[in-house]
Design a protein around this ligand. Structure first.
Ligand SMILES: *[C@@H]1O[C@H](CO)[C@@H](O)[C@H](O)[C@H]1NC(C)=O
Ligand SMILES: *[C@@H]1O[C@H](CO)[C@@H](O)[C@H](O)[C@H]1NC(C)=O
Length: 338
């Protein structure tokens, strides 16, 4: 009996704690952040910057272009930190979203829902699929597809004509071996694109998400940018890096370091770069009716190289070159327009 009583007494405060603590502490933090955002928005609108992971953020900060706001430096939400400041006298908010399409879409949607935003500039590094381009070059694609919306098919089933493409794994037999395998084939589905400009609650199928034309035009007209060609005093690229505007990019939750799959992406989608976030940021921005541009420095050959993937050696150089283009692009943006 006594033991029961003791247990009751122990359980009760425990229950209270469970009920009280989460109910108050979490919303308080969030409420504080939302109040800060209200104040930050009084001084908007801002350009929204989305980058992905720490090396890209470091390269961006190392350029010194970002001047943090003196009082409202940052606000934390859902575990992400949104920094407030200026680049070339233009107000910006930037966030490091984290790797993959879920993080990219979630952070972009938060940026657009909560802050007074004019448009999204997304930047980072990417794998190079195009043999006419080199590591260190920066690509601003005109369109980008999600090439990871797969259906892994029954090898005996029919191929749905609605697929954008398919990959026959069963007959992939290089070098020649003993015939087909049971992995069968993969069908590439279209995205379901919801848009403020379309009918509510009705998605339309989408393969290529188009970059905003006026921003792409601005990117085409950027003056020659001095891009970095050397990792250090003893390691330089064989060619001077350049900016290329208007190609195609491909995104999936897949890191590609495989020559055969790289070739498939080139042949099937005519894509020049491959990454894990761009299409999510672009699709989310377009759904909400905001202009968007992608700026990605090429860090490696996505498996097209003879030896080790070069991301470890040239990743920081590619990130730096992307940040340099971001700076030039923001400089070239008119002050009042989005
Ligand atoms: C330059 O970078 C390469 C690749 O990271 C490294 O192997 C080499 O030691 C570096 N050289 C100097 C002089 O720092
Ligand atoms: C590869 O890049 C070159 C140089 O920018 C371009 O002319 C070519 O169209 C690109 N290839 C594809 C498949 O887009």
């Amino acid at each position: 009996m006594a033991a029961k009583l003791v247990r009751k007494c122990l359980v009760l405060p425990g229950l209270l704690l469970l009920l009280v603590v989460p109910a108050f502490s979490f919303p308080l933090n969030r409420r504080k952040s939302l109040n800060e955002i209200k104040e930050i928005n009084h001084k908007g609108p801002y350009l929204g910057l989305v980058t992905v992971y720490p090396p890209e953020e470091k390269a961006f900060l190392d350029t010194g272009i970002f001047k943090p706001h003196k009082t409202h430096r940052f606000v934390d939400l859902s575990g992400r930190r949104f920094w407030v400041g200026k680049i070339h006298e233009k107000k910006v908010i930037y966030v490091r979203c984290g790797v993959g399409m879920v993080n990219a879409a979630a952070a972009t949607q938060q940026m657009l829902d909560l802050f007074d935003i004019k448009g999204i500039v997304h930047f980072g590094i990417a794998g190079n699929l195009n043999d006419s381009l080199s590591i260190g070059d920066v690509s601003i694609p005109k369109q980008i597809a999600h090439t990871g919306l797969w259906e892994w098919l029954n090898p005996k089933g029919k191929l749905d004509p609605n697929y954008v493409a398919h990959l026959d794994v069963a007959s992939y037999n290089v070098p020649k071996g003993k015939g087909s395998n049971l992995l069968g084939r993969i069908g590439y589905s279209k995205e379901e694109f919801f848009s403020e400009l379309g009918k509510p609650n009705a998605a339309r199928p989408l393969v290529w998400a188009q970059m905003s034309q006026h921003w792409l035009h601005l990117a085409h007209n950027l003056k020659k940018i001095e891009l970095e060609g050397c990792v250090n005093s003893s390691l330089c690229l064989p060619r001077k890096p350049k900016l290329v505007v208007g190609l195609r990019g491909s995104t999936a939750n897949i890191f590609v370091d495989n020559a055969a799959y790289r070739n498939f992406l080139v042949r099937t989608f005519q894509a020049s770069s491959v990454d894990m976030e761009s299409s999510a940021v672009v699709m989310t921005s377009l759904s909400n009716g905001f202009p968007v541009i992608v700026i990605r420095g090429l860090s490696d050959l996505a498996g097209g190289q003879p030896g080790e993937n070069a991301i470890g050696i040239f990743g920081s150089l590619a990130a730096l070159n992307a940040a340099k283009v971001v700076a030039q692009f923001i400089k070239a943006l008119p002050h009042d327009t989005s």
